[in-house]
Design a protein around this ligand. Structure first.
Ligand code: HEM
Length: 346
């Protein structure tokens, strides 16, 4: 072998050994000193922040701030962008990607730790697979130019990761006293909120937030002209019908109106569930939290329309959906598995 090649080979082997060794040391230190529960809490908080940051990026029209992926105009961070507005948008988009990268690492570490300590390893691995798929959706969001179906799926993915992380966290504690009587209602309420989140994502991904600018009616009537066929044609470009025509206003109205009407179903189902939960001693506090989250989310939705979608309220409506979903995940855990004793340090 050539002298230079030998030298290059040993240098590469040295690099590999150094990286591999550091990884093993990091893992040992990490499993020794970092409790899984704290890691999962931190991961859940980062996920909530990331979902909200995603809404902020969309609401500030920065979704295509970097038109390529994973870099930004071919660089690891935004640079050589003369226009200040474009530069700001690029940083917002890259901020979302960096935080997503950090979340991916946190989730991978949680999965490693879950396998080492044999606590909910399959669930942790499922979350890891989901976050990889979510990264792919994030890439498609950019490369497919904000196709509504991809943007909505990306929001659903974020909410699903959040919900599963919460379940993962709760499953790390011993649980007692399940509440079987509430199971059907808790599942129904969770399904209703999940469906409403999909419908809400469809509203925002299609920019239909102000298609009905008035309340409680829409465009001055209770039942406006609507085009449901184009509204719920899933695979189409942003602002276009399936045939590539300009998406008619009646389709945007149908999207907005459906989300509003389904909110009434959510209020009935979740409100009834919360009321029943308040009647059950072990989950009384959860019922109250659910009721408060529901009222806040409904009020935020109404305020968003009444005030023409101010940025803080639109971001809060996104966070409100996450809170409502979170409360229902906790309720479902409690009624199926029992109340986790979080104060337990084992
Ligand atoms: C009560 C249960 C509700 C839930 C769980 C819910 C959930 C959501 C979600 C997840 C989004 C997407 C947010 C995003 O992509 O960042 C959304 C968007 C929206 N929702 Fe709701 N919503 C509810 C009620 C309402 C009500 C009652 C109204 C109005 C009367 C409303 C009006 C809107 C509007 C205008 C948007 C678009 C916001 C945007 O473009 O950022 N929502 N909703």
């Amino acid at each position: 072998m050539h002298d230079g090649a030998v030298w290059q080979f040993s240098l590469n082997a040295l690099h590999a050994a150094a990286w591999g060794g550091s990884l093993v040391v990091a893992l040992v230190v990490f499993t020794r000193y970092l409790p899984l529960r704290k890691l999962v809490v931190a991961t859940t908080v980062v996920t909530l922040g990331l979902v909200m940051l995603g809404a902020y990026v969309r609401l500030t029209d920065a979704g295509l701030g970097c038109p390529d992926w994973p870099g930004c105009y071919g660089h690891p961070s935004p640079r050589d962008i003369a226009d200040q507005d474009a530069l700001a948008k690029a940083w917002k988009e890259m901020g979302h990607r960096y935080l997503a990268g950090a979340l991916g690492i946190l989730i991978a570490l949680s999965a490693v730790l879950a396998w080492i300590t044999r606590r909910a390893p399959w669930l942790a691995s499922g979350i890891l697979v989901l976050v990889l798929f979510q990264a792919t959706l994030g890439m498609w969001t950019v490369t497919m130019l904000l196709k509504p179906a991809i943007v909505t799926a990306h929001l659903m993915g974020g909410m699903a990761i959040l919900a599963l992380l919460l379940w993962f966290f709760l499953s790390l504690y011993p649980a007692t006293r399940a509440v079987p009587a509430l199971r059907p209602l808790a599942v129904l309420a969770l399904v209703a909120v999940a469906a409403q989140i999909v419908l809400g994502g469809w509203v925002s991904a299609n920019y239909a937030a102000l298609a009905c600018p008035d309340l409680p009616g829409c465009r001055g009537v209770a039942m406006p002209e609507m085009d449901f066929e184009n509204a719920f044609h899933v695979m189409r470009e942003l602002g276009r019908t399936g045939d590539g025509e300009l998406l008619p206003l009646d389709a945007l109205v149908a999207i907005h109106w459906t989300h509003r009407m389904f909110a009434l179903v959510v209020v009935a189902v979740v409100g009834f569930t919360a009321w029943k939960a308040i009647g059950q001693r072990p989950v009384r506090w959860l019922g109250a939290l659910l009721l408060a989250a529901l009222a806040a989310q409904f009020a935020l939705g109404v305020a968003n329309v009444a005030l023409s979608l101010p940025l803080p309220l639109a971001a809060a409506h996104n966070a409100g959906a996450a809170l409502l979903l979170g409360a229902l995940v906790v309720l479902n855990f409690c009624v199926f598995k029992g109340l986790p004793s979080i104060s337990n340090r084992q």
